[in-house]
Write a protein of this length. Sequence first.
Lengths: 184, 184, 382, 382, 275, 275, 91, 91
Amino acid sequence: MNKERKEICLSGSGGQGLILAGIILAEAAGIYDGFEVVQTQSYGPEARGGASRSEVIISKEKIDYPKVIKSDILLALTQQSCDKYIKNVSEDGILLADSTNVLKVPSFTGKIYQHPITDDAIKVIGNQLVTNIISLGIIVQLTDIVTRDAIKKALSARMPARIKELNIKALEHGFKIGEKLKII
Amino acid sequence: MNKERKEICLSGSGGQGLILAGIILAEAAGIYDGFEVVQTQSYGPEARGGASRSEVIISKEKIDYPKVIKSDILLALTQQSCDKYIKNVSEDGILLADSTNVLKVPSFTGKIYQHPITDDAIKVIGNQLVTNIISLGIIVQLTDIVTRDAIKKALSARMPARIKELNIKALEHGFKIGEKLKII
Amino acid sequence: MSDEKQIVKILQGNEACVEGALLAGIRFFAGYPITPASEIAEGMARRLPKIDGKFMQMEDEIASMAAVIGASLTGLKAMTASSGPGICLKQENIGFAAIGEIPCVIVNAQRGGPSTGLPTKPSQGDVMQARWGTHGDHPMIALAPSDVNEILEITVKAVNFSEKYRTPVMLLLDEVIAHMREKVNIPSREQLEIIDRKKTNVKKDEFLPFKADEDMVPPMADFGSGYRYHVTGLVHNEKGYPTSDAEEIDKFLRRLSNKVELNKKDIVIKEEYSLDDAKIAIVAYGSVARAAQRTVKLAREKGIKVGLLKLITLWPFDDDLINQLASQVDLIVVPEMNLGQMVREVQRAAQGKSRVISYTRIDGDLINPIEILEKIEEEMSQ
Amino acid sequence: MSDEKQIVKILQGNEACVEGALLAGIRFFAGYPITPASEIAEGMARRLPKIDGKFMQMEDEIASMAAVIGASLTGLKAMTASSGPGICLKQENIGFAAIGEIPCVIVNAQRGGPSTGLPTKPSQGDVMQARWGTHGDHPMIALAPSDVNEILEITVKAVNFSEKYRTPVMLLLDEVIAHMREKVNIPSREQLEIIDRKKTNVKKDEFLPFKADEDMVPPMADFGSGYRYHVTGLVHNEKGYPTSDAEEIDKFLRRLSNKVELNKKDIVIKEEYSLDDAKIAIVAYGSVARAAQRTVKLAREKGIKVGLLKLITLWPFDDDLINQLASQVDLIVVPEMNLGQMVREVQRAAQGKSRVISYTRIDGDLINPIEILEKIEEEMSQ
Amino acid sequence: MKNVIEKYIRKEMFPHIWCPGCGNGIVLGALIRAIDSLGWEKDEVAMVSGIGCSSRITGYVDFNTMNTTHGRALPFATGIKMSNPKLKVIAVMGDGDCAAIGGNHFIHAARRNIDITAVIINNMIYGMTGGQYSPMTPTGKFGSTAPYGNIDQNFDLSALAASAGASYVARSSIYNPNQGTRFIKKALSKKGFSVVEIISDCPISYGRMNKLRTPVKMMEWIKSISVPKKTWEKLSVEEKKDKIPMGEFLDICIPEYTDKYKEVCAIAQEGGGNE
Amino acid sequence: MKNVIEKYIRKEMFPHIWCPGCGNGIVLGALIRAIDSLGWEKDEVAMVSGIGCSSRITGYVDFNTMNTTHGRALPFATGIKMSNPKLKVIAVMGDGDCAAIGGNHFIHAARRNIDITAVIINNMIYGMTGGQYSPMTPTGKFGSTAPYGNIDQNFDLSALAASAGASYVARSSIYNPNQGTRFIKKALSKKGFSVVEIISDCPISYGRMNKLRTPVKMMEWIKSISVPKKTWEKLSVEEKKDKIPMGEFLDICIPEYTDKYKEVCAIAQEGGGNE
Amino acid sequence: MVTKKDNMKVYQNEETKIIVNEEWCKSCGICINYCPKKVLVANEKGYPVAEKIDDCIQCMLCELRCPDFAIRVENRKKVANYNMKDGSLED
Amino acid sequence: MVTKKDNMKVYQNEETKIIVNEEWCKSCGICINYCPKKVLVANEKGYPVAEKIDDCIQCMLCELRCPDFAIRVENRKKVANYNMKDGSLED
Ligand SMILES: Cc1ncc(C[n+]2csc(CCOP(=O)(O)OP(=O)(O)O)c2C)c(N)n1
Ligand SMILES: Cc1ncc(C[n+]2csc(CCOP(=O)(O)OP(=O)(O)O)c2C)c(N)n1
Ligand code: SF4
Ligand code: SF4
Ligand code: SF4
Ligand code: SF4
Ligand code: SF4
Ligand code: SF4
Ligand SMILES: [Mg+2]
Ligand SMILES: [Mg+2]
């Protein structure tokens, strides 16, 4: 990571596990890679887990303003979130769109990566719930925002035993896709 | 009444009807004699009628400060109240002490009148509860602070029919005592 | 006839409050007893049923405040009364009345605090609470009369302001004036300016319950009158529905506060005594203002040029008024029966243009005129 | 060993608050759920039983506050947490804790108000309520951290102050920092200064429960420890019994407030950024202070000499600090997520020595660094 | 032809904010059907709620509606009813709203026997705030503030309402919406304070923590704990454990508050009373 | 030889502030005698009250005492009991204190079945504030806020406590101080939430407005409305009117709250729970 | 027979008309699970499809239990109405 | 026999000692009215005087019902104690 402060926005709809993804990413960066890190989210009416956005800021220095100013990386798992948050991505930023749901990618000056992540979760890993983790894998592989080792450790530490293996599998699948996307 | 502002302090213990006496005096002065008037009192813990002091200020002009600064007239129905409030009577003021209870009159530069008012209430009128009204009668007769007509009207207006006569009798008894005391 | 109109009575402050409220059109009262405000409830309990008004003693102060708001929504002018401990409990629902823009009057007959404190002794310890007691930014009008006639008159004003601005209004009494009896001239309704809330007259399906007119106040409709709408304590849009749109939020919350702040001219009531040539000003309110009035007399007798600015409207606070005063005088003394609350506002508004000092008394007795004078003389000699 | 002492975790603000509280010795928590404070209760529910501490979910916020006070009297360090609507309800019993001199900590994770307002959005709308929410003159300490590490650290301080001064302490979070996750270095107990309340050691029949030492704070005794005494919300004498003696009242109420006001030096915590050569100062607190920190950077990059005074202790308010700052700079900007609350205190303390302006945002989003900078530039061009 | 539901809802507010499978919508349906069956005008109905997921209900119906503060629906409703007794006043509350913070208002409204119908949507949890246990969470079940299992007894709201002075008390569940509609209709028709408690689900909060994550699982569980009142009475103490009786528990005729208040006005206006 | 009362009171506070003939003193006597008969140490007793004339009681006894805020005695007491379960915790409340503003805490303390004894001095009026009617003022009687007669139903506190989950519930009166002492003793010995309601007088406020101005007249009236529980059960509805049953209404053994909390700690410390 | 109108899916035969509002339906599965005649099945998005509409007995349970007012059953012969048969569900 | 000690009035015979604390007594009249043996009469200030102390049966009712702890009955033969006979007052 060469920029002082990296801003990542993970967006989608409630129930897609984006807060958890943000936390894992933050833990990877903060605990295992030794960066400073802030993770925030926005909620719907009162706290019923209806969050649609989770933000992570990673920096070598102490982080002052804790919210995303311009995202360096946007993950969009739904069309709505893609349309809404793309405006706030920096000009040379990165968009990762889940083409299962994002059918129309908005015009954007930065880099665009597309992959049917939800489809993969269902078909390759066999569980829609790991869409978030596959996404993490792709992002890490694409951007080296944290080390693969760190994200793996963070994921392992978070996951209860019975679903750990499944999630690691999802993460590694994400790495693979990331590698492929990078080449394209 | 020649002084601009007259301050009267009616003191004793709770249950002696001093607030009522203050109100009647205030109504006599305010409604029937056309003065400006303020009546205040002090309470014990919360409002269980444990007041020990009722103050009336009568004036030809609008009354600013509503509390007694130096009493012109002090009625003391108990020893305790006499000892406590005598300090705050003006040098040429008047003390009316109920000698049934006030056995030791403190030294005082003004005029002192003494009469066993409670005894009279019991023995002459036949009801201890009219001690306050006899006292009013004495004060009015002694000081002309309000007209006798006014105090009589105010008393009549306040009292329920069944005890009106008794109270008028007490008031008039007070007038008589006042007259006697004046002569002494 | 004209004799009958002006009835003269010796009334207790709390009784005058009842009198004023009924004249202003209060027809619903819900309360819970507390010293020194109970006589207001007792008066209402006696009087309201005689005129088909509604009196309710609720299970607590929270419920009283709620019932008052509910009643106001049906179109009745509504009031509650309490003192410190009870006012604390009302705070959450006062906030609801503010955000729901529901007219109502809350009387606080102040006694010594904090907590149960000094239940039968006077205080002015709740004047900052009156402004800031409920959470979040909200409008607040608070009025503090200083004699029994004024209680009647200002109670009418309190009801009027609540109706005019669709907002809770706090009427701040203190134990001295609440329990004091004075001669009162009771006016007739015709002699008074009585303001009723603006009612909507748009078509029923075009009604936007929180769309304000130019005066920043939306016209209202009674529950049951055929205009069906939604009232919520959530931040809402003109339709009355919850919103999380930043622009709508901003617009609504600013209007809510501004309808009071920007109408200060109309809301601020004050009286001035001997200020014209004064070099020293006393700023006072409530029963203390009456001591200060006498202080002015006493000081002038001694040749000291003291004047008095008596504040009746405490909130919104009139910065300009104080700022001008500070330009004129060398010293402002603020005597209060608390540890120095409104003096902070005076200091803020004076902006260093004159010295501002606080004189405080908290032992349960009314500040007397001589104390204030002594304080002034002490300050003069410095 | 030293590795084990400093544990690094990614914690949510509310979690850091739990962590800090437990380190400071909190062993009793009573609460009632509310967004955005619920995670504090949830953390306590999980953690306290593991260390034989007591967690209670009460029937409402009033009861929670009461239970906390009762618990503290038995010797346990005690805490509650809520947000605006619940804080309103706690006010009466906060006053009781103040007058009874019972240590306890109240966390207010602020959300948008008034009333139900904007339950999931951040705000700083309760900072004046923190000072003036309960009726009557009372002491108040209120602390506002601005990052997750600081939450942990300041929570410890809040508990310490409450114990040291025997007084309720308000810890003011806002939704941003309450729900935000950051890297936290969790210290060991040994690395922290932990203050426990002074205990009495006089003979049991000589104990005067409200007789203060020189520091104005009376030593305490636990209920059940053999020192039997009376605690009341009435104004009381040194023995703890209700008094109506003017001198005792005055002495007690002044000591009560002064033990906080006159110990300002110890209680005021603040941080300064680039103030040395600043001609413009930002005064900020809570999450907004972090935006302001960046504003300072951005401004300096542009060559504008801006500095930041970050207030952590909001109450007692340090007039002198602001007054000095106002002497140094030409302009003070106070950005707040409310309609301008602490700015009033800044204006008061500045006494006209510098211009003081308010920048407000209330639409539910954190103020950003650029807005503040723009405001500064706008003011500079005037 | 307009559907009965459509006649009463604020369509622009739909789809509503409730989670998939949340019982609040089922109760709303039952309530609307009951009101419709009585032929009431929309203008004459006032509906008041507190705060909670369930309390959002007032935003969805086209009556005179109020979404107040947490726990306080009943005193707000009381102010409305006293001021305009012609209005039909309904208070809808969650279990936390009604039985935790609002418990006092509940028993006092019952004591006054004021003509208000209280509908309690009892999902046995604080839904809105994310699953803390409520006074109605069964002993032993989990909540986010009861991670080791809830040790509190829970209220029998019906017994409480009855002992406090209500006129009509009944309990049903979202499994049985016809019964719910019928009870609500009776409650609405009752002059006096009437209470209908509807056992509901919250797959998100209650379900998540109690291994009942889907609406259907929650519904099955509700079915499994429901016992008709008549059956209930015959059960042993042991058998009653973890079960909830359904049915009507009280239906009496006693003087109503706003009626009695009219008498007060009459006495006052005749110059009576205790002078 | 020291009198039993003297052993427990703060003599410097006497004579107390209560009015002549006020029942608060009689209840205080009964309470002290009950505690004495159990041989409890003064140090191990904590007594908590709210606000009202009756609540001044805590100032007069030489225990760990607390005179709190109006209506809140029970949650304060709950904090004490939870924190130090070894303390014997007693909450003394007035009828307004307990049943009006404090009603919710009352039913919740009962629901938790926490080991606190609640003693309610029911003089059927707000004494301290000068005679406003309370939720216990009998229908038809007068108060300063009920100048035309009280139209409210009043609570049956015993029924309420029982339906909310208490372990022991009894009622006596100041006419019968031995019975009061006996019930309080049983209540104190009970593990769990126990309630003793003592019907009391207030010649000043209640008496003044209801033609019972002397202590003896009030006492006679209390005697006249008291009916032993057994007799009560045999009365017709008509005969029950204006009468109050005296006796023990509930006495059961169910798990107590601080005990159950110990189990929570055990589970937590064994690493159990719902992760 | 399936017709489409806005987000309304209409299934009907001569006796019964079942209307599913797919904009409001949240795929909770309640209607499908509790249809006594198994008339309804879930499509790939979880919305109910009236596959066996001919088996429908118009018991209305799907409509009454739908938390989202997203399914309606109309009796095409009689006036559409909801079922108020008391106690029909007592169990 | 009457002795005086501070404000304590002591009335006694061989079996019974009745002590009235006149500083605490508020003349409520309860003890006097409810003494089953009419042992007590009021003096001019309303304080109880044990005129017929010989009739006293040590039922303790005066002591138990005194709201001011102002009257005490001691059994001079046995150890003074209060009466805890259960149900003795049931009526
Ligand atoms: C005074 C106050 N305390 C707490 C809250 C937070 N709060 C909002 S809803 C709720 C509980 C909701 O539970 P319930 O009443 O059962 O309704 P549900 O969401 O389950 O339908 C709480 C505690 C609040 N808004 N106000
Ligand atoms: C929050 C609050 N509300 C009201 C009061 C005023 N107040 C003091 S005592 C009391 C009622 C007393 O009645 P009760 O509890 O029956 O006790 P009693 O005086 O009859 O013994 C009231 C309303 C208060 N102190 N605090
Ligand atoms: S959280 Fe629970 S109660 Fe709230 S809407 Fe979702 S399912 Fe319903
Ligand atoms: S007012 Fe009534 S309750 Fe209070 S002390 Fe006097 S008699 Fe007792
Ligand atoms: S009406 Fe009954 S049978 Fe027909 S689809 Fe619905 S649930 Fe099935
Ligand atoms: S019950 Fe309603 S919301 Fe649920 S699947 Fe069926 S139609 Fe959709
Ligand atoms: S003990 Fe009994 S008999 Fe003797 S004086 Fe007292 S009441 Fe009378
Ligand atoms: S009962 Fe007590 S207070 Fe009353 S008269 Fe007898 S001794 Fe005196
Ligand atoms: Mg619920
Ligand atoms: Mg009472």
